[in-house]
Design a protein around this ligand. Sequence first.
Ligand code: SAM
Length: 331
Amino acid sequence: MPRRQFAHKAGGGKTTRAISGGDGQGAEPIESQLGSKHAAGDDTASTAPRFAAGLYVVATPIGNLRDITLRALDILAAANIIACEDTRVTEKLMSRHGLAGQRLAYHEHNAERMRPLLIEKLKAGAVVALVSDAGTPLISDPGFKLVRAAIAEGVAVTTLPGASAALAALVLSGLPSDRFFFQGFLPPKEMARRRVLSEIATLRATLIVYETGPRLAATLADMAELLGNRPAAVARELTKLYEELRRGTLAELAAHYAAAGAPKGEIVIVVGGVDDAATRAAITDEDLDAALETALATMSVKDASAAVAEATGRPRREVYQRALALAGRGE
Ligand code: SAM
């Protein structure tokens, strides 16, 4: 069943277990142009590249089915096994591109059972493509444990990169893209969600969060309270017909979605980092006082002002003076 063992011959016939490497100039190529296979058509007469044995982590579109790379189409045509989060979703993508292939479900409910089988096939020399329903596998999707197991077993692993909703939302948000933190989904339960938000409140990086329509307004309100009223963007249905980018402060966005109701479709929230100039400008004196009042309920003036300065990005001296005034007022 393996198409060929994982090795490329270059001149002298020395084989390598490196699936790719170097600067791409002198390195042995991952695809050999020697073989051919069109999964949807004539198996003998095509010019499709042949792939060496190994695990290929393949990105698929996040909406628009044309957002797929030529290499991704090649591997989907050539793989011995396509490990899919949902075989029906992948079938739709493949039939759109005139492809068929051996699909096999690999998702959170059967992963423990399927992983050893896939590793066995890989060790026997199979070409296995791992795809999820949308975007990049492993990114809030299954695949991490399979990659880890493949590495542990000495199986070659590479990726055919492409779309991911996190980066698509970041680049459209208008927020700083030099440092960012990918949170993925927040916990669904309120207490746990608020705890995670408190943990990431002081990160000096733009924050990227995956969210669902029904929870959007509540999450934005929690963010406004726990992160401060920062600039943010809600990216919805990216690359699809009803793509929408809504930018504003967290409080504005929370109010909009509370009034408009839960939006349909898929959503990414992007939030300015604590030290971003726009974040500092968006935090009003009232926001500062509210944060200090909360902190002073359990902390000394010194500790409360340090914590709030860290969380809001406001200068320590200014926050300390404000905390002194508030503490004095309360006595
Ligand atoms: N692996 C995917 C990736 O690389 O982005 C993410 C998979 S995760 C299960 C699905 C979540 O990604 C959605 O709930 C949403 O938060 C986000 N997402 C996926 N596609 C999107 C799109 N077209 N527009 C906005 N968000 C999207």
